[in-house]
Structures are given as C-alpha cells and as structure tokens.
Write a protein that binds this ligand. Structure first.
Ligand code: MOS
Length: 731
C-alpha cells in the first residue's frame, strides 16, 4: 500500500544537483538571444523608435518594433492577457515591451537594448491608488455581487457592530526561476520551451494568436522552478518571443530579467477589504458584509474573488459581498498562491477576531459559535468537513486554552498568540493520463502536467504504484509536454484531484487487463510486489512479467480520464452538484514584538487541516509549512511599492522587496491533518492542499500582534513603523 506513505521526492537529487533542465537550460541550435525593451513611462504613445544605434552593436541581428510584428488574432481571456503590446503604439504601463532586440550573444543583445531610443508622447497616467472603484464586469469566475438575508437589519439591530477596512499591498510571486521561452518554427509548426504551469493553455493561446491548429504548437516544460500563479496565465513575452522567432526565421531564446518579472508577468493586486459585521449578545453573527476592491490594468479587468471567504466560512443569516476593480496604469495582475480565500481571510478573520473581543469571547470559541454546518452561501451540505476536529487538535497541539491571557515579556520582547481559520475553495479541471506497463514490469505515466515544487512528480507515480502493486522506483512519470495526453493544469490546488484521478483511472484499467490475463475477476485481484493473485486466497499468485510474456504482450496500456459534470472545463466548489466542496483548517501562531524597535518575529506555529485524504504525508507537510512561510511573508514582509509620482514599481529586485528567508522562520512549526476521505471531490478521496496552508496566516499574525501589544494593525505588511510604540522601554 503506497498511497499514504511518506515517500521522498524522486526528483529531489536532480534538482539540488542542478541536473534538472529548466526552460533556459535547453539548447536550440543556432538560437538568437532576444531581450525585450520596456517602456520608461507608464502612459503615452510611441511616436518613433530609433533602432539605429542599437543595430550597430556587433552581433545584433535586428531590433523589432511595432512595425515589424505580426498582428495577433483571437487572444481570449481569462487565461491570457488580451491587450498585447507591440500591436499598436499605445503605452499602458511602465515596463511594457516596446521593442525586441535579437543578437548572436546575450551580452550583445543586452548592450543594444540600452541603446534603443524611444520617442514617446507622454500622457497623464492613473497611479495604482488613484483609480475609481467600479463593480467588476469582466472576466468573472463568480458573480460580482452576492446577497442573502437582510444585511441592513442584521447590522442595525445587532448588539455588537464592527466596521473597518483591511488593506494589503500588491505583491509579486518571485519564483526562483524567472520566466523564459525558447521557440523554433518549422514552417507553420511551432515548438516552444516555455516556463509554465499549464502547457495546454500556452498551446491554445499561441495557436489562436497565430491562426494555426493547436496540434501545430508543441509546448515543452519539463521542470518549473516555482510559479505561485505567475506562470498560469499566458503573458505578452510568450507571444512576442514566438512572433520574433517567426519574423527572424531563427530559433530564439528569451529569459526575463528579475526586474522584468515585476512588470512583464502578473502579481497579486493591491486590495482593500471593507468589512461590516453584526453579532448578537451571545456572539452569533447577524450580518456579514465584505466588499473587495482590487487594482487592475487600465483596459482589462482582473478580479480577485476575495469575497469567496465571506461566502464560505462562517454561518450568518445575512451575507452580502461585492467585487470591485480600480483601473490604473499598472501591468495586469493575476492569481497568486492562495487566491480568493487567501486575501479574503485577511479581511474576514481579522474582523472576526475584533468582533470576538467586542463580544468578550475567546477567539476560537467565537469561531465555533459561528461554525457553518452547511455552505453559508448556498445552504448545500458539505462534501466533507472536519473543521471542528481540526480546531480541537490544533488548539491542543498549540496549548491554545492554556496560553497566557496577558502579554508575556521575554527580555525586550512582548509575546502574544493568535489564531485564524484557514479555508480554500475547490477548483477542479478535467485531465487525461496514460499508464503503460512494459514487459519488464515497469510502469510509465504519461500526462502533460507540471511540478512547480508541490510534489506531483512523487504522488502520481505513488498512485499508480499503489494500484499496480509496484514500488515507487518501478514507476516513472513523463510530464510537461503537450505531445502527451492532456493533463490538468498545475494551479488552483487542483492537480491531485484532477490529474491524480486520471492516473488512478488509467492504472485501474491496466490492472483490469492484468486481472483478465490472470483469469481473476477484477474486483478480486490483489496486486503486490509485482504479482497478481485472487484476494483472500493463499496462493502466491502469478508474476505480472511472466503473465505478460505468456500472453505475448509487450505492453499493457490504458488512458484514464477525469471529467466534470456536463463536460465543463472548470468547476468551483462543487457547483452544479448537490454538495459544496471546500477545504478547511486552523492556524495558531505565537509572535514576539519588540515595542521599542518595532520588530516582529514568528516564535512558533501550528497548522491543523481538514483537507481530504492525504496521498503523501511528507510532501503534504512540506506544502503546509511552505504555505505558512508564504503567509508569514504576506503578514510581516511583502509589498511591492508602486510609486505614485513615477507610476512604476519602486523596487524590482529581491533586495528591495523583502521575502522570508530561513532566518525568519522558526523550526517549531507543527502540522496536523484530520483523517478524512472526500468521495465527492475525487475518486482518490483527496482534495487540494497546495494553497490552503497560506490562508489565514496573515490574520492570525495580526491577531497575535494585538494580543501582544493591544495594537490592531489593519494594513499589511506589519512593518516596524506600524509597531513602534511611543514611550516603549525595555527597562
Ligand atoms: Mo496558484 S495562484 O492557483 O498557481
């Protein structure tokens, strides 16, 4: 039995020794190096681009401008940005690509890029904070407005009322591997190595943009060096790179610089959560209102559905939510690890904590008093939910009810504890996988998915090994290539359910073929150690290698398909079925604050989750710890400042934008999973966990800061300036 075993990652060694080949590591014969030139201003019109000086640099082959580019047809949202640069002369944000330099060597292209002279008629621009908020109307994954019950009555008649704004800044994904493309055309056939979380999305967008069939575009991405969402969309550089290869009639290689990762791919948008809560004297919510506004690019809408948290976590007779956007001259935002509930729970669980204090209840007791027995928005029963157990075990591991109720001093530090609910909805996508069992008893899984670091390379072989009675080293996974069966995307915490289920189905079909060869009814076949026998019998069974040899079969193969109701391309939270699907948990943190210097430190954390069946406890635990670290970054460190007078990101590197490093994270992080099987979410019983751990953390930290200092910080990140307390003394 290998599902449920804490198996190590088979790809660990090649990744830490540098043998894993990422996009930029591929070598295409005769490739030109391509560098994009970004706009120096946030808004304007290009009058002319002087490429003369740039083209005189030795080795430079050509500088492409809007005049040289093919016109792209049919680029459709929501999987890609639709207003592409270099299709007209309009500049919509700082850093937008305005020219492409191609040279024999990278150094030549970089030098020439600095010599491209753009004559731009500069226009007034809308800074990130200046756009007017309007109800979102485009690219919606859920209605922009939701209402249930009577909010006005629920809040005006409430014994307790809390209303506040909670802010969070734009944040960039900062994956270790910057986005890169290598592209080569052969007639109308394009092969593209691309840094992506979903090769088939790149295939669909590029084929429609170039007016060719999807089969004429092959997208290869064997390893993805982190993504966190910024490699899920198709961004302009991918289309521009493919276009450059076509115009130049040469293979090309493009690697975005770290600075370009700030303006040429997406980021999580700056958000404001307006919360209004009403509660009765016993601490039961009577009203819950949550308005979100997020910044978006000047002419397209990206909607961060953060109000989903307030529709799905706590019981309230009246719930009202609104999604608004603020257009500005910024590059287009996108989903970032733990979209929707991740930002939403910052607003919601901060406000819930404030209300618990107003009512005079323990914050966990207050959450239990408002426990949602059914889905708050739809009233549907949950597919499975063991949040009560998760709360209880988390509280026990943390010592929540034994915590000091007053701040404790430790030298210069004030210690405080806080908690929050974690929750993530359930995104599912269709997926196909193929399993082949060869004559030597080794299996290969083929599905064009990716591993962005979450452990899919471990758990998909683990699932097939489990079904076929093989060891993990007898199963390999071929992935990251659109020439393979169409696996689901590697985002939305969806792969275990979608791709995992397709692997399960394919492996079961191969198992059925083996059972037939063995003359054993499929339902009674037991496979272990490379042998098949009738379950319950005491015979040793037959070797599957021998069985295939006798039958003259060099290979057994089968495809497995995970599909959604009605053949839908996407399903959120079990929509269209009679259950609501979601994941839950609780995060408890102890922080230390130095009130004189304003320093904030994480001392310890406990995360306890109700998230369906856990396929691999080791990779799952790593996901949750990673999520908590991600949440700490959101809480205490991260924010990309958009400078309102220059209209651009102020810092565009990892020195000017803080992210957590090892020294910021204590070793004392405990993870617990409640034993659970969710048959509705997937036939594996598993749900998604990749993003759940990141949710709730920022609120838990702010709630702990309040416990330590009595200060409510309602804007992220919680930096020293917000914590320095006047008159504080360590004496
Ligand atoms: Mo994640 S934001 O769904 O890659």
């Amino acid at each position: 039995m290998s599902i449920g075993e804490a198996l190590p990652r088979p790809d660990g060694r090649i990744k830490v020794t540098g043998q894993a080949k990422y996009t930029a590591d591929q070598r295409l014969d005769g490739a030109l190096f391509v560098v994009l030139v970004g706009s120096p201003v946030p808004a304007g019109t290009i009058r002319q681009i002087d490429t003369h000086e740039a083209e005189s640099v030795p080795g430079v082959v050509r500088v492409l401008t809007v005049d040289d580019m093919p016109r792209f047809a049919n680029v459709t949202a929501p999987s890609a940005i639709t207003l592409l640069p270099m299709q007209d002369t309009t500049i919509r944000h700082h850093g937008q690509a305005i020219a492409i330099v191609a040279a024999e060597r990278l150094e030549q292209a970089e030098q020439a890029a600095r010599l491209v002279r753009a004559d731009i008629e500069v226009s007034p621009f809308v800074a990130q904070s200046e756009g007017a908020a309007v109800i979102a109307t485009e690219n919606l994954y859920a209605p922009a407005e939701f209402s249930k019950g009577d909010i006005a009555r629920g809040s005006s008649s409430a014994a307790h009322r809390h209303e506040a704004d909670y802010l969070q800044p734009s944040r960039h994904h900062n994956p270790m591997e910057p986005s890169a493309v290598q592209a080569v055309w052969d007639g109308d056939e394009l092969t593209i190595f691309d840094t992506t979380q979903h090769g088939y999305n790149v295939q669909a967008v590029l084929s429609s943009a170039f007016g060719i069939r999807p089969e004429q575009v092959r997208v290869i991405c064997h390893h993805t060096g982190g993504g966190f969402g910024c490699k899920g969309f198709v961004w302009p550089h991918e289309l521009l790179a493919a276009a450059a290869a076509r115009v130049l009639q040469r293979p090309i290689k493009l690697v975005l610089s770290r600075a370009q990762m700030y303006s040429m791919v997406g980021y999580q948008p700056d958000m404001r959560h307006h919360m209004l809560l009403g509660a009765d004297a016993d601490g039961r919510l009577s009203a819950l209102s949550h308005d979100v506004e997020n910044v978006t690019s000047i002419a397209e809408q990206f909607v961060e559905h953060a109000t989903s948290a307030s529709q799905g976590v706590y019981a309230s007779p009246a719930i009202q939510t609104k999604q608004k956007v603020r257009h500005a001259n910024v590059n287009h935002p996108t989903a970032m690890r733990a979209p929707w509930e991740g930002p939403g729970l910052w607003g919601l669980d901060s406000a819930i904590d404030e209300m618990a204090h107003l009512v005079g209840m323990d914050p966990l007791d207050f959450r239990l008093a408002n426990y949602a027995e059914t889905d708050p928005a739809t009233g549907k029963p949950w597919s499975s939910k063991k949040l009560r157990e998760a709360y209880a075990e988390g509280a026990r591991l943390f010592g929540w009810y034994d915590r000091p109720r007053e701040p404790v001093r430790d030298g210069p530090w004030l210690l405080g504890s806080g908690m929050a609910t974690s929750s993530m909805g359930c995104f599912r996508f269709p997926s196909v996988a193929r399993v082949r069992l060869n004559a030597s008893g080794r299996a290969t899984i083929e599905t064009g998915c990716h591993d962005i670091g979450t452990g899919t390379l471990t758990i998909f072989p683990q699932i097939a090994a489990d079904v076929l009675g093989l060891s993990l080293d007898q199963v390999s996974l071929s992935m990251g290539d659109t020439a393979l069966p169409k696996g689901g995307p590697t985002y939305g915490s969806s792969s275990t359910m979608g791709v995992g289920a397709s692997v399960l189905y394919a492996a079961r079909s191969v198992r059925a073929q083996l059972a037939e060869l063995a003359g054993v009814p499929d339902s009674q076949a037991e496979l272990a150690d490379g042998r098949i026998r009738r379950s319950g019998s005491d015979e040793r069974g037959q070797s599957i290698v021998e069985l295939m040899r006798q039958a003259g079969r060099a290979e057994l193969r089968a495809d497995g398909e995970f599909s959604l109701p009605g053949g839908a391309p996407f399903n959120a939270n079990g929509e269209g079925s009679d259950v609501a699907i979601s994941t839950f948990g609780a995060i408890f943190v102890e922080v230390a604050v130095d009130p004189e210097l304003g320093l904030l430190r994480l001392r310890r954390a406990v995360g306890s989750y109700s998230a369906g069946r856990i396929i691999n406890p080791r990779t799952a635990r790593a996901q949750m710890i990673g999520g908590i670290i991600w949440g700490w970054g959101m809480a205490a460190m991260e924010g990309t400042h958009h400078e309102p007078t220059l209209g651009r990101w102020l810092s565009r590197d990892l020195a000017g934008v803080a992210v957590p490093v090892n020294a910021d994270i204590p070793s004392d992080i405990q993870i617990h999973f409640v034993d659970e099987f969710d048959a509705h979410a997937s036939p594996l019983g598993a749900k998604g966990i990749g993003e759940l751990g990141a949710t709730g953390v920022a609120a838990a930290v702010a709630n702990a800061v309040f416990a330590a200092t009595g200060k409510r910080v309602r804007s992220l990140p919680i930096t020293p300036a917000k914590l320095v307390m006047e008159g504080a003394s360590n004496a």
